[in-house]
Ligand binder design. Structure first.
Ligand code: SF4
Ligand code: SF4
Ligand code: SF4
Length: 380
């Protein structure tokens, strides 16, 4: 059996208890029933068998997953485990939540199903994340209270942050200080913004000016290298890029995979199948099909002209835009949805290209610097 792992972004609900300004999801009351989950997971696992893939990593996202009860997840865990055992496949689970609905009721399922880890999101300063009818300050206060409760229960909390104009004005040092020194976060990731879904005022400001955002990323990398890297703070994408340029094992974010359509798939509660959550939630013309309306997921994917366009994108960009780039083997033209949300086509390179080039060069130099320092240290 092949050793590959396939990622499924599964949205069991499109309900959310928040109303963030930059959200790309059309929030509805749709929820996946356990009966439909059984049908869905059988077809996904049959696809793995057909493609000789040994493992499935399910990223549970919403909407907001915690608008479903923890008992639903406990039953889903058993159901999926049984279906995987029947086919000799391994399944692991990851949870992405805004933490607003967290309480101790979730602890058993987080422990058993999710290895006592959750991933959540926090922006600082927060301009866009809010609960329905509340302001952004309220969101961060509630988030912090829930995260403290979770940590007290022994749960490891990883955080994803998206920089905004206020983050750039604050600067890398202030941002890092808030996350690590003030909030005690030891594992976080900074994502590049993009205006996915229907346009609005907040998305009109995205993506941020590449030179300013690039400077922020470089300065943040330097702060982390000086104060976090050897102190056990994990900050991505810098951590994984440093591993890449040091030649050690790494798991790079999907935006830099050779062809994300080979490794990732997303399914919403209505069964719509697309490349990832933004595509399924915002761009119905880019759905691959519906899992409840096909006999075989493998056949549906193979016959999808939309998915074929995703496969064509890396080679098309190499031929036209990226051929002379020193980092082609790492970046492959970047993320399709970032390109589409800005340019309206798959066949443009990622709008953060200049930032990536600058960041890759910086992390390559940092890796060389650290290797030289280690060699000097070894020689005494
Ligand atoms: S928590 Fe996520 S799904 Fe909910 S409104 Fe915010 S961005 Fe959208
Ligand atoms: S479109 Fe972008 S965010 Fe979505 S799976 Fe592909 S690389 Fe990842
Ligand atoms: S950094 Fe830019 S030029 Fe280089 S591969 Fe990525 S998108 Fe293409």
């Amino acid at each position: 059996m092949g050793a590959r792992v396939f990622s499924l972004i599964l949205l069991p609900t499109l309900q959310c208890n928040a109303d963030c300004d930059y959200c790309f999801e059309d929030k509805t009351n749709d929820r996946l029933s356990l009966a439909r989950l059984q049908v869905l997971i059988d077809k996904v696992l049959d696809h793995l068998v057909e493609k000789d893939i040994s493992g499935l990593l399910i990223h549970w996202q919403g909407g907001e997953v915690m608008t479903l009860p923890p008992s639903w997840f406990a039953r889903a865990y058993t159901l999926i485990g049984e279906a995987a055992d029947q086919r000799g496949r391994g399944v692991t689970h990851g949870l992405q939540t805004n933490m607003i609905g967290y309480s101790a009721r979730w602890d058993p399922v987080i422990r058993e199903m999710f290895g006592n880890c959750v991933s959540t999101s926090l922006d600082y300063p927060n301009l866009y994340r809010r609960r329905r009818g509340r302001d952004a300050g309220d969101f961060n206060a509630v988030w912090l209270e829930r995260v403290r409760l979770a940590r007290a229960a022994g749960i490891e909390v990883g955080v994803i942050a998206v920089p905004n104009a206020a983050t750039l004005a604050l600067g890398a040092e202030g941002f890092y200080h808030q996350f690590v020194d003030e909030l005690g976060i030891r594992s976080f990731q900074v994502n590049t913004p993009f205006p996915g879904g229907e346009s609005n005022t907040a998305k009109g400001l995205m993506p941020l000016a590449s030179d300013t955002l690039g400077r922020f990323f470089i300065e943040l990398a330097e702060v982390w290298l000086a104060r976090g890297y050897q102190q056990g703070v994990r900050l991505d994408p810098f951590n994984e890029l440093l591993a890449y340029f040091s030649g050690t094992p790494r798991v790079l974010p999907c935006i830099w995979t050779d062809d994300c359509a080979n490794h990732i798939l997303c399914i919403d509660p209505r069964g719509n199948v697309a490349q990832c959550d933004c595509w399924v939630a915002s761009y119905p013309d880019y759905w691959f099909g519906n899992i409840f309306e096909c006999d075989s997921l493998s056949a549906m994917l193979a016959a999808s002209p939309v998915r074929e366009r995703f496969h064509q994108r890396p080679m098309a960009l190499v031929a036209r835009d990226c051929i002379d780039c020193d980092f082609l083997a790492l970046c492959h033209g970047g993320c399709p949805v970032r390109a589409f949300s800005v340019h309206g086509t798959l066949f443009e390179k990622d709008p953060h290209c200049a930032l990536y080039q600058r960041l890759f060069g910086h992390m390559a130099s940092a890796a060389a610097r650290l290797a030289r320092a280690a060699a000097c240290g070894a020689r005494g």
